[in-house]
Design a binder for this molecule. Structure first.
Ligand SMILES: Nc1ncnc2c1ncn2[C@@H]1O[C@H](COP(=O)(O)OP(=O)(O)OP(=O)(O)O)[C@@H](O)[C@H]1O
Ligand SMILES: [Mg+2]
Length: 367
């Protein structure tokens, strides 16, 4: 087990800088996910931790010791890749024991380590098979087993589940998480699947163009996104965004759209007349009778039933708006919507930064 400390980390390929000075302190035993759009630098960051990419600036330390110039094999790290990278001509047992064999570990010790990992992963019946005779999920487990037998201080995963079908992914993510809990090994997990990140992680790092947008516990990111990027990245369907200007009417602060639609705010720390973007998650909008006091009237374009809930695609004036309704919705062309108390997020439109209501202004927000 180990801590991993990343300090002002920079990566350049030739003249092009792709990682722009990242700071990140990963705790001992933590399961942390790196997520972000394609090309944002997730794999590059992971490969730098593994020692597979040179560091252009800053430092990486494992358990307090700088490893910038330590060779990959001496970093005591095991990496699980998307394509598993199994040796096709070696049996499951030999694949799992290969790294120990390279290190001249005595044969009985290798067999013991392989047997232990196979038991843990449900691979015991398959030890003599070749990789081509395994299902995708079983191959994935062999790749995990190969990482486990080394008893590394840190596991690195680069989209290990993306080659599996949806159902198997759900099963494997639960297995990996349970295994990590049991072993307690610090794990850094790259994915572009936000549900994977939300369900598996102690904390999530959201990357955007080689920079960290926010680091936090999954539900903190969901409940208190630090900026518009995080607000729209986490959550599906995505948070509704509406441009508005703050106005005061007596004691009450409002956000008012250019079409005159008003949404009450909770004394957010924002001056009157500020250009803001209002964010409301689809599940914080409830369908209601148009005549309900405080209901906003929306036009409805499309209703998508998913079974347990319905996604209602509508418009508030010009602004597209999605409402998630738990249960089924009858076909209709208009409805009222009520915003749940506390369901309004306010962002400064020019900086994109979150503006907090006073009661919620302390907390775990980081940038
Ligand atoms: N060897 C290389 N030479 C030049 N540029 C590179 C090299 N490897 C990666 N890059 C660039 O660095 C940036 C980050 O790439 P990286 O592979 O880390 O993205 P990623 O977040 O893992 O994306 P994906 O989700 O598609 O795997 C990209 O703009 C990519 O084009
Ligand atoms: Mg990648």
């Amino acid at each position: 087990m180990a801590t991993v400390d990343i300090y002002r980390l920079v990566k350049r390929y030739g003249a092009e800088e792709v990682i722009h000075g990242i700071d990140l302190a990963i705790r001992d035993g933590e399961f942390i996910s790196l997520i972000g759009a394609s090309g944002c630098g997730k794999s590059t960051l992971l490969r730098m931790i593994a020692g597979l990419e040179d560091i252009s600036g800053g430092t990486i330390s494992i358990d307090g010791r700088e490893v910038n110039d330590v060779a990959p094999k001496n970093r005591d790290i095991a990496m699980v890749f998307q394509n598993y990278a199994l040796y096709p001509h070696l049996s499951v047992a030999d694949n799992m024991g290969f790294s120990l064999k390279l290190r001249d570990v005595p044969k009985p010790e290798i067999s013991r380590a392989v047997k232990e990992a196979a038991d843990l992963l449900g691979l015991t019946p398959y030890l003599d098979r070749m990789p081509k005779a395994l299902s995708g999920g079983q191959r994935q487990r062999v790749a995990m087993g190969r990482a486990i037998v080394r008893k590394p201080r840190v596991f690195l995963f680069d989209e290990p589940l993306s080659n599996l079908d949806a159902k198997l992914r759900v099963q494997m993510r639960a297995e990996i998480k349970a295994l990590q809990r049991r072993l307690g090994t610090t794990s850094i997990y790259v994915t572009h699947d936000q549900i994977e990140a939300m369900t598996m992680s102690d904390r999530i790092v959201i990357l955007n163009g080689g920079r960290v947008e926010q680091v936090g516990a999954p539900l903190d990111l969901y409940d208190r996104p630090a900026n518009l990027f995080v607000a729209t990245f986490i959550g599906s369907p995505a948070m509704n965004l509406i441009d508005a200007t703050t106005r005061r009417d007596g004691e009450q602060l409002f956000a008012e759209t250019d079409e005159g639609v008003r949404m009450p705010l909770e004394n957010h720390a924002v001056a009157e007349g500020t250009a803001v973007t209002i964010g409301v998650r689809p599940e914080h909008l409830a369908l209601a009778d148009v005549a309900t006091p405080g209901a906003l009237r929306i036009a409805i374009d499309l209703i998508e039933p998913t079974g347990h809930e319905s996604h209602v695609f509508g418009r508030l004036g010009r602004h597209p708006l999605i409402v998630t309704h738990s249960g089924r919705v009858a076909e209709t062309t208009s409805a009222g919507v009520i915003v749940a108390p506390g369901g309004v997020h306010v962002f400064d439109r020019s900086s994109g930064r979150r503006i907090d209501a006073p009661a919620a202004s302390e907390g775990s927000e980081k940038r």
